[in-house]
Structure formats: C-alpha cells, structure tokens
Design a protein around this ligand. Structure first.
Ligand code: AP5
Ligand code: MG
Length: 214
C-alpha cells in the first residue's frame, strides 16, 4: 500500500505514521525527519534546509522532489510506503503522480487551529528513537526522558510560537491545494484528527481495510 499522510503542522502525521509503520510493516518516510537529520549532521543539504525550517518556510520543490523520488526508488519501498510531510505543494504532488509509484491513498488529518497550536507548543521528541510526547496529553513518566529507550527529549527549533504561526499560514497557502488535488483524484480520505490518538488510529485502519476491499 502506498499511503501519504496530509495535515497541518501538529495534526498528528508523525504520531499516526509511526503507529502505521509498526502495524503494517511499511517504510515510514518523513521529509521533516530527513531534513532535521541533515541539519544535525551539518551536511550541505542540512545547512540549506535549516534557513527555511527555522523560518517556517518550505524547502524549495526541486530539492525535496529529487530527494523523495530517489528514496522511493529504493528496494525497501517496493511493498509500499507511508509518506509523512510529502507532498506538500501541488508541484510535489504532480511530480509524485508522474512516477510509477504514485500514492494510492491520502489520509488527511483534520484538526482545528487552536488545538494545533496547543499540540505544537507542548511537543517533545526523543533524540534517539524519535518517539513523540506532549507535555500535557502524553507526558513521559520521567520529565525529559524517553519511556521507550531512555533517550533525551527535545523541543523542536521550529515549535516557537512565531514560527508555528508561519507554518500554519504556509500550510493554508501551499498545502491546502494538495488536499484539493487528491480529492479531485478521489484518492483522499478525511480523518477527524481531533480525537484520542488511539481512536484516530482505529479510524485510519478501518478506512484502509475498506479501501482494500474495494
Ligand atoms: P515536518 O517535520 O513535516 O513538520 P509539520 O508538517 O509542520 O508537522 P509536524 O511534524 O510539526 O506535526 P505532525 O503532524 O507530525 O504532528 P505530531 O504527530 O508530531 O516539517 C518541518 C519542516 O521541514 C517544514 O516546515 C519545512 O521547512 C520542511 N519540510 C518538510 N517536508 C517538506 C516538504 N515536503 N517540502 C518542503 N519543505 C518541507 O504531533 C504533534 C504533537 O501533538 C505531539 O506532541 C503529539 O504527541 C501530539 N498529538 C498527536 N496526536 C494527538 C492527538 N490526537 N491528541 C492530542 N495530542 C496529539
Ligand atoms: Mg511530523
């Protein structure tokens, strides 16, 4: 199955993608995670990406498209994939559609803006395994330490209030057209992302089963 998760910053794409990866055994490709790893390793790509990410802007399409298409050509994606954070412009969506491994199902997580801001400003991520926490809704047992692997938890550089505001604005301007694009192609499934994490996951699995039975 070739799946893409769409939704605003903080809508739960990463949270659901990790759960789906475990359940379905598919490769999880998060462009945000790839760019954050490049920033950490101080690569040329990372240096370029950082200037955009810190301002809540998108990295230019040619860079992202080349990176993702190259990744999807690898053997481990032959069974399918879970894309998280790509495509997020119409140009990216069209480039993906032009390949022989275009997306089959697009899950769109819908969450009100006030809730998105609450989620992003309380998020913490494990530096070692990437597990996601929230200071109030899913806090770790010990502050600052991952329950799963004892790794250290970190607040993302782009979760500062001003950058969050910009990311939400960029989502509406550049990514909402992607929602329309896939809706017109009848590949889009709307998911109510304003529920408990497990309830959302349950809804997603139900929708995927329904699609497979078609
Ligand atoms: P990216 O890393 O993709 O960030 P994003 O789209 O802004 O989304 P987030 O990762 O912030 O949120 P999420 O939806 O994954 O939510 P999460 O599960 O973490 O991109 C970052 C940057 O990289 C971009 O700004 C851009 O610069 C660049 N970039 C990446 N891809 C690009 C592309 N294709 N083109 C160009 N540039 C690109 O959840 C958030 C929090 O809420 C967590 O604390 C979680 O525990 C909590 N939570 C989750 N679900 C629930 C729930 N149901 N109830 C309560 N809390 C919940
Ligand atoms: Mg994410």
């Amino acid at each position: 199955m070739r799946i893409a998760l769409l939704g605003a910053p903080g809508s739960g794409k990463g949270t659901q993608a990790l759960m789906l990866q475990k359940r379905l055994g598919l490769i999880h490709i998060s462009t945000g995670d790839i760019f954050r790893a490049s920033v950490k390793s101080q690569s040329v790509l990372g240096e370029k990406a950082k200037t955009y990410m810190d301002q809540g802007e998108l990295i230019p399409d040619p860079i992202v498209v080349e990176l993702v298409i190259e990744r999807l050509q690898k053997l481990d994606c032959q069974k399918g994939y879970i894309l998280d954070g790509f495509p997020r412009t119409k140009t990216q969506a069209e480039a993906l559609e032009d390949t022989e491994f275009g997306v089959e199902i697009v899950l769109c997580l819908d969450v009100p803006d006030e809730e998105l801001v609450k989620r992003l400003t309380g998020r913490q991520t494990c530096l070692t395994c990437g597990h996601l926490y929230h200071m109030t809704s899913s806090a770790p047992k010990q502050a600052g330490v991952c329950d799963q692997c004892q790794g250290l938890l970190k607040i993302r550089d782009d979760d500062l209030p001003d950058v969050v505001k910009k990311r939400l604005e960029v989502y509406k301007r550049l990514t909402l057209p992607v929602v329309t694009f896939y809706r017109e192609k009848k590949k889009l499934i709307d998911i109510n992302g304003h529920q408990e994490i497990d309830q959302i996951f349950h809804e997603i699995l139900q929708e995927l089963t329904r699609e497979q039975l078609k």
